[in-house]
Write a protein that binds this ligand. Structure first.
Ligand SMILES: NC(=O)c1ccc[n+]([C@@H]2O[C@H](COP(=O)([O-])OP(=O)(O)OC[C@H]3O[C@@H](n4cnc5c(N)ncnc54)[C@H](O)[C@@H]3O)[C@@H](O)[C@H]2O)c1
Length: 378
């Protein structure tokens, strides 16, 4: 039997249900020993659903348990840095969700705690482990590296009009991180403009001369795929659509098209993975269009008061794939790699607390640029 690292999960909310719980149950190098959530009802429901030996509402019990070697923390940005520091001080390795914290100072405190502890901190900046992005990076690096990148990240009705829960900090942090990873360089300046709250364009300059633009919007539609990256290298380049399809252009030593099957969520009766493997981006477009039509149909029932908004969500969610699970954004392989590195005493390739601090510094520089209407140097 494969050797396993003993884990606890703190926070069994939406992300844990769509990713961490199913992933920690099936990752070959992970034994999930304990789940923890302050919400008793939710914790009981998750404990009934997943065969995990222990459940507790008190994270201090998790940290005091000597059998736990590592914790996954998926609470929220207001608690994640504090819990990470407490876990490091208790001698645990930590896999913590993004954004690590709202401020760069809190991220820096985690960097310091990690150095003092000698334990590993992995950030849930998981796109570094997405198979489509790993292949894209390999192709781009073989052709002189990334010079010019465009990234679109869009979401339906994700605009909070709240400076403390801005998309720049909570969502675009993923993109700042992945652009550093693709360019193999640090951001030297950023310029940000907004059309509306949470509807922004960013221009980044990197120390090695590379440039990138990001379109981030919280006003998209379900039928528009969420993420797309285009990269220009020395000559030619690559495009990745929604983690499902990579196309290379001008690279005779790589195939023109690669398709990525993604995952099947254990809660769903059927899986889109064969569709994605066979039809790539076309399958994503068709599945999203279906979901959008169902949503529009169901909304009419809300408008004539025949069902609630929750009924609409349930109606749609049981009939279409769970998007966040369908495309492989690297969650499962990142956490399993982390567990394996702990067993083997190796330094993991996952994003670090320092990477989270860098993403946070870029996010705050972008917010300053937007507010002051100036280029901000880092
Ligand atoms: N990596 C990604 O792509 C990705 C995707 C979605 C969400 N996230 C991040 O994951 C984190 C969680 O998001 P979510 O949508 O699951 O939030 P959520 O609010 O649905 O879940 C958080 C859970 O943590 C619990 N909790 C809070 N404080 C706790 C404590 N001290 N001890 C134990 N439990 C506690 C809450 O009761 C809740 O159940 C956020 O930081 C979010 O940004 C990351």
């Amino acid at each position: 039997m494969t050797e396993q690292t003993t884990f606890a999960l703190i926070g069994t909310g939406r992300l844990a249900q769509s990713q961490h719980l199913p992933n920690l149950m099936r990752a070959p190098h992970v034994k999930l020993q304990t789940i923890c959530d302050t919400n008793e009802e939710l914790l009981a429901a998750m404990h009934a659903k997943y065969p995990v030996p222990q459940a507790t509402t008190d994270y201090r019990e998790v940290l005091a348990d000597p059998s736990i070697q590592a914790v996954v923390i998926a609470t929220r940005e207001d608690m994640q840095a504090k819990l990470t520091i407490a876990a490091l001080e208790a001698g645990k390795h930590v896999y913590v969700e993004k954004p690590l914290a709202n401020t760069s100072e809190e991220c820096q405190a985690v960097v310091d705690a990690q150095k003092r502890s000698g334990k590993h901190v992995a950030l849930g900046l998981n796109r570094r482990f997405a198979p489509a992005y790993r292949k894209a990076r390999e192709a781009v690096m073989a052709h002189g590296g990334a010079h010019n990148i465009h990234y679109r990240i869009s979401e339906t009705a994700w605009h909070w009009h709240d400076p403390m829960r801005s998309r720049v900090i909570t969502e675009v942090c993923h993109i700042f991180d992945i652009l550093r990873w693709f360019t193999d360089s640090e951001v030297s300046s950023v310029y940000c403009m907004e059309a509306r709250d949470d509807d922004e364009a960013f221009a980044l300059q990197f120390e090695n001369g590379a440039i990138a633009t990001i379109m981030s919007t919280g006003y998209s539609s379900t039928d528009l795929p969420k993420e797309r990256i285009e990269i220009i290298s020395d000559t030619g380049g690559v495009i990745v659509e929604e983690f499902a399809e990579l196309r290379t252009f001008g690279y005779s030593d790589f195939d023109h098209v690669y398709r990525f099957a993604g995952h099947a969520h254990p809660d769903q009766e059927w899986t889109p993975k064969y569709l994605l493997a066979q039809s790539g981006a076309d399958a994503v477009h068709a599945l999203r269009r279906m979901a959008w039509e169902l949503q529009e149909e169901a909304k009419e029932n809300v408008e004539d008061k025949s069902c609630s908004a929750q009924d609409v969500r349930d109606y749609v969610n049981t009939r279409v794939p769970i998007w966040n699970y369908m495309g492989d954004k690297g969650w499962l392989s990142a956490v399993d790699h982390f567990a394996q590195c702990i067993l083997e005493g190796r330094t993991p390739e996952t994003a670090t607390a320092e990477d989270a601090w860098k993403a946070s510094c870029i996010a705050h520089a972008a917010i300053r640029s937007r507010d002051e209407k100036n280029i901000v140097k880092l």
